[in-house]
Design a protein around this ligand. Structure first.
Ligand code: ZN
Length: 247
């Protein structure tokens, strides 16, 4: 498939131009013109680039690419090594950040809710990246067990395991700060990927149970759903390269 055509389709599908983001969305590093094999990953780390190159990928499609707002611009050190590897192997780097979090069916939040068996009811008015709904888990301990069995890692739980789960909110990645939005919306339980020292106090004082389920672990599903969608539509070969990132 021609690269320009693929990028046009991805941008349209994810409505990429409508987002104000901290990084460029779409093509970040140019590689070969014709794309048939796409490696999929959460983050374009050096290990993932090496695995993609060994597999013979024409493109690497990720959630976390490069060129973040505020980072040092020079292509030196670690950043140079990553980009140099991509260029040496003629691999296109394609990244979608917020558009991939937000997509109503393929996005990270939609996919995480589905995996954890939540019934989605909508998004918060103050922060539309946070979804809210209901869980069939009765207690916080049950919900933590669900997270562990689905995501394959033990969540950090702030709250008593026998506490009842009421209205629940979730947002993948490093969205622990939105716990205040969750509280203002009247949710009693909130899930995200990461956790900060202050989150413990915020959860206790706001009266919201909190589960930190892993940034990487919660953001594995959007990019895979996107890949499954485009591989079926355009007959592309996609392979997901997971990493054992405990954060
Ligand atoms: Zn993220």
């Amino acid at each position: 498939m021609n690269r320009t055509h693929l990028l046009f389709e991805l941008d349209a599908l994810l409505n990429a131009s409508s987002f104000k983001d901290y990084c460029p969305n779409g093509l970040q590093v140019e590689g070969v013109d014709s794309i048939n094999k796409i490696a999929i990953a959460v983050t374009a780390s050096l290990a993932v680039i090496e695995a993609a190159a060994n597999w013979g990928a024409d493109a690497l499609l990720v959630h976390h690419g490069y060129f973040w707002k505020g980072e040092a611009a020079p292509l030196t050190g670690m950043k140079f090594e990553r980009v140099a590897h991509l260029i040496r192997h003629n691999i296109n780097l394609i990244a979608y950040h917020l558009p991939l979090d937000a997509h109503p069916t393929l996005g990270n939040n939609a996919q995480l809710g589905q995996k954890l068996g939540f019934t989605a009811q909508g998004q918060l008015l103050s922060q539309d990246l946070v979804w809210h709904g209901l869980s069939d888990c009765r207690t916080l301990g049950e919900l933590a067990g669900r997270v562990e069995s689905v995501l394959g890692r033990t969540p950090t739980l702030i709250g008593a395991p026998d506490a009842l789960v009421g209205k629940i909110g979730w947002c993948t990645g490093a969205a622990q700060g939105f716990i205040t939005d969750a509280a203002a919306f009247g949710l009693n339980t909130y899930l995200s990927g990461e956790v900060s020292e202050r989150t413990f106090h915020e959860a206790n004082e706001l009266g919201v149970h909190y589960l930190a389920c892993g940034h990487h672990a919660t953001e594995r599903y959007g990019v895979q759903a996107l890949a499954a969608h485009i591989s079926a539509q355009f007959n592309l070969e996609c392979r997901f390269f997971d990493e054992n990132n405990p954060i």
